[in-house]
Unconditional design. Structure first.
Length: 98
């Protein structure tokens, strides 16, 4: 049986209690295959998700829902040296990342 991350939905519950994603450009650090991304992306104005794992990003791009293709993008990057100008995002989130 594969490992299930957050089967109780605690991450998204705390995100929903802490952040209003409406009209926000979100930077998701360590997005992996998009497991968390799909749970909040419909509420955000735009999402840029980064991860250094090319294989995981490939899965995320393949699994990206059609209605999120214009608002969710994936970039191979790490959080130490972000390839974006300062003040590009309204909020940054991460989960299960280091």
């Amino acid at each position: 049986m594969p490992l299930q991350k957050d089967p109780e939905g605690i991450e998204i519950r705390y995100l929903d209690q802490s952040v209003v994603f409406a009209n926000m450009h979100v930077l998701e650090i360590g997005s992996g295959d998009g497991r968390l991304t799909w749970r909040y992306a419909h509420s955000a104005n735009r999402v840029t998700a980064i991860d250094p794992d090319t294989q995981a990003l490939g899965i995320a791009v393949t699994d990206r829902p059609a209605d999120l293709r214009e608002t969710v993008s994936f970039v191979r990057a790490n959080s130490i040296k972000l390839p974006f100008p300062r003040e590009t995002f309204d909020i940054a989130i991460l989960s299960w990342s280091f």
